[in-house]
Design a protein around this ligand. Structure first.
Ligand SMILES: Nc1ncnc2c1ncn2[C@@H]1O[C@H](COP(=O)(O)OP(=O)(O)OP(=O)(O)O)[C@@H](O)[C@H]1O
Length: 361
């Protein structure tokens, strides 16, 4: 979508190339009727957390696996930190992959190895000498809160601890980019919160770029700076999380957003609203406040100024990162011109005023 023309973090980073640049990626699995990826292009700026969200089968796994070329796209290019991965030979690709860590939904730990040995595993594969491996593991253990568990085996760990091992292992070769494939989907809500906090903390401390896929908007809301919505292999919407959450454009995005910020108004509530008086109109408005306007004053003042009735059908105050916002569903009753006038007046105050979309009703 055009509102996402460029990522600000990338601009702030000056001449640094994007952490990830995908151009026109397409992929169709043999025998499949539809492509898993259909002309996907997106850029992730250095240091940002970028979420890709979509329903099951939307193409998320295929997309994230294309970033380190675990999956080869049929067409299009993949660039990571300025290196064109799709142009590398196998040796070049192996080296480039050391700059890319990956965290998996089901942890993928080796059950016969201890925590420390699991973390050291990628370094072993890369031929890093034993002493250097040990030093690196000792750095990583406290970073993920597992200093006391270095000699434990995966079977002795909770899900959250297993994922901490998975994260430490992904960070072993000090990558600049971390790919997270549904990293919290196998965890309970409390552990999910802990792991998301850990990822947020590591991102800042290690200056990481994180690209994650998830089917949970709550993950996006908590951790991401920007988000792309994938549907049937295509990016249908992308933008800053705040913008996408407060003003989703595509119907699918609206449904996703409604799951976490609950702007939906039950049909029964709407059905119970009184009909307008003769000669009057009733309009259902969705009003978005982004922190500056005082809700009650706006509603009562609009009512007074325009001689209309504003019935608050639902309301919510929330925040994304440290940016607060409020969303009100209003039923406005009055003369058609007066209702329109009130909506225009509210827009003039900087509020986002639209019709309550069908999906929300
Ligand atoms: N190895 C494969 N062979 C054939 N078809 C595949 C393969 N992997 C994925 N697909 C198909 O490609 C499409 C996208 O799948 P993908 O796993 O990328 O979606 P997803 O959004 O990650 O879904 P989920 O959340 O269920 O993992 C689906 O139609 C899927 O059936």
């Amino acid at each position: 979508m055009p509102r996402d023309a460029a990522a600000e973090p990338g601009q702030a980073a000056g001449l640094r190339p994007p952490a990830v640049r995908l151009q026109n990626l397409s992929k169709r699995f043999p025998g499949a009727l539809k492509p898993a990826l259909d002309d996907v292009s997106l850029e992730v700026a250095p240091g940002e957390v970028f979420g890709i969200v979509g329903r099951s089968g939307a193409g998320k796994s295929t997309l994230i696996r294309c970033v380190n070329l675990l999956e080869r796209p049929d067409a299009g290019s993949v660039e990571v930190e300025g290196t064109l991965l799709t142009g590398l030979d196998e040796a070049g690709l192996r080296a480039a992959r050391r700059r890319i860590g990956m965290v998996f939904q089901h942890f993928n730990l080796l059950s016969s190895r201890t925590v420390a040995e699991n973390i050291a595993f990628p370094l072993e594969i890369a031929g890093v000498p034993r002493a250097a491996r040990r030093t690196r593991v000792e750095e990583l253990l406290p970073l993920v809160g597992l200093a006391e568990k270095r000699d434990a085996y995966p079977a002795q760990l909770s899900g959250g601890q297993k994922q901490r091992v998975g994260i430490a292992r992904a960070l072993a070769s000090a990558p600049g980019l971390l790919l997270c494939d549904e990293a919290t989907s196998a965890l309970d809500p409390e552990t999910t919160t802990e792991i998301l906090a850990l990822l947020g903390d590591l991102r800042t401390r290690l200056n990481l770029t994180i690209l994650l896929i998830t089917h949970e908007m709550a993950v996006v809301k908590t951790l991401c700076d920007r988000v792309a919505v994938l549907e049937a292999g295509r990016v249908i919407e992308q933008g800053r999380v705040f913008d996408v959450f407060t003003d989703p454009q595509a119907p699918t995005t609206r449904r996703f957003v409604a799951e976490v910020i609950g702007t939906a108004v039950p049909a029964a509530t709407l059905a119970a609203l009184p009909a307008p008086n003769a000669g009057e109109t009733r309009r259902l408005l969705r009003v978005l406040f982004t922190g500056t306007a005082a809700t009650r004053a706006v509603v009562s003042e609009a009512s007074r100024r325009f001689g209309i009735d504003l019935n608050i059908v639902s309301g919510r105050i929330d925040a994304i990162g440290d940016a607060p916002f409020g969303i009100l569903a209003l039923a406005a009753y009055g003369a058609p011109g007066a209702v329109e006038g009130a909506a225009a007046w509210m827009r003039g105050l900087g509020l986002h005023v639209g019709d309550l979309a069908a999906e929300e009703a």
